[in-house]
Design a protein around this ligand. Structure first.
Ligand code: FAD
Length: 290
């Protein structure tokens, strides 16, 4: 590339440090906008470029290929504005940490559903894209509308239940950009701080701490991927520097300088073994960037 298109464009940009897995090679070009206007300019520019495009939030649910990404990555984590709009409504830009929303808005005002979002790493944009959550609720349930930019332009999508499901949604196809979310919270009588403390503590006890992406697989209907992988006898299985956690079988750790290929090997191995033993096809929750 001759001249970079923006002052927030960087060639050969290392991606591993932007992910919790800490693996994978660089992006051929990264665009790291700081404002919504810059993100819109960046996205529109990518539409005119040949090759592929990916989007990165907080990097807590992605596995980047060892060879890196031979395309343009838009990194959204610098869009960090939060604005109260009155009436328990907030405008929150994509790059804000989800945990900041929980602590600085939800706990501060004792808004309901803290249990749904407690302890989930990553950004608001990633949480909306994944409809991140727990058994206690998910991100899209708290949205009034979402601003998205895609090949057809910029649009404000009013949220309805039909637009999202377990760890997924249909209003932002892969490669389009969630710019910001408009949240509508509800106050509750039930104190939320103890709920937050409880789930933070529970994660410490039940989930391995370290380099991972949380749950690798979505839970199949009526069952748990972790239970199936454990029942297949795979807890503690190692490949290269990667390991299926001994604490929670749906967590595959970068335990000791793993490569992306090591982790990918164990993901495929777990998938294949569970299918052979139980006839269940596990579906990845982790997103491959390659
Ligand atoms: C220890 C640990 C625990 C976890 N626990 C949970 C849990 O309890 N529940 C749960 O749901 N998840 C959990 N996760 C997974 C992960 O934290 C969530 O999926 C999170 O919402 C991803 O957000 P992110 O910003 O890190 O997204 P990334 O990992 O950066 O990206 C994930 C996907 O979202 C897309 N994306 C990100 N930002 C945008 C944007 N602005 N516009 C368009 N697309 C975008 C990316 O292209 C990618 O496809 C956990 C992960 C870890 C490491």
């Amino acid at each position: 590339m001759n001249e970079l298109p923006f002052d927030f464009a960087v060639e050969n940009y290392p991606l591993a440090p932007l992910t919790i897995y800490q693996v994978g090679g660089p992006a051929r070009l990264a665009l790291v906008p700081r404002t919504i206007d810059e993100a819109v300019q960046a996205y529109e520019w990518t539409l005119r470029q040949p090759g592929k495009r990916a989007v990165l939030g907080g990097g807590s649910n992605v596995l980047i290929d060892d060879d890196g990404y031979d395309g343009i990555v838009i990194v959204m984590s610098k869009l960090d504005a939060m604005e109260p709009l009155g009436g328990d409504r907030y405008r929150i830009e994509s790059g804000v940490d989800l945990d900041q929303v929980v602590r600085e808005i939800m706990l501060e005002h004792n808004y309901d559903m803290v249990g749904g979002l407690t302890g989930i790493p990553g950004t608001v944009g990633g949480a909306i894209y994944m409809n991140a959550g727990t058994v206690n609720g998910s991100t899209c349930m708290l949205m009034e509308s979402v601003e998205v930019i895609g090949p057809g332009g910029r649009s404000l999508v009013p949220m309805t239940e039909s637009l999202y499901s377990y760890r997924g949604q249909t209003f932002c196809p892969r490669g389009s950009l969630i710019l910001q979310g408009f949240f509508k919270f509800a106050t509750t009588e039930k104190p939320q701080r103890p709920i937050y403390d409880h789930y933070i503590q529970r994660r410490k006890e039940k989930q391995p701490q370290g380099r991972c992406c949380g749950s690798v697989f979505k839970n199949p209907p009526g069952d748990h991927s972790g239970r199936l992988i454990e029942a297949a006898g795979l807890k503690g299985t190692r490949y290269g520097g990667a390991m299926i956690s001994t604490m929670h079988a749906n967590f595959i750790m970068n335990d000791d300088n793993a490569t992306s290929a090591d982790i990918r090997y164990l993901i495929d191995f777990a998938k294949r073994t569970v299918n052979e033993k139980f006839g269940v096809e596990l579906e990845e929750e982790v997103v491959y960037i390659r």
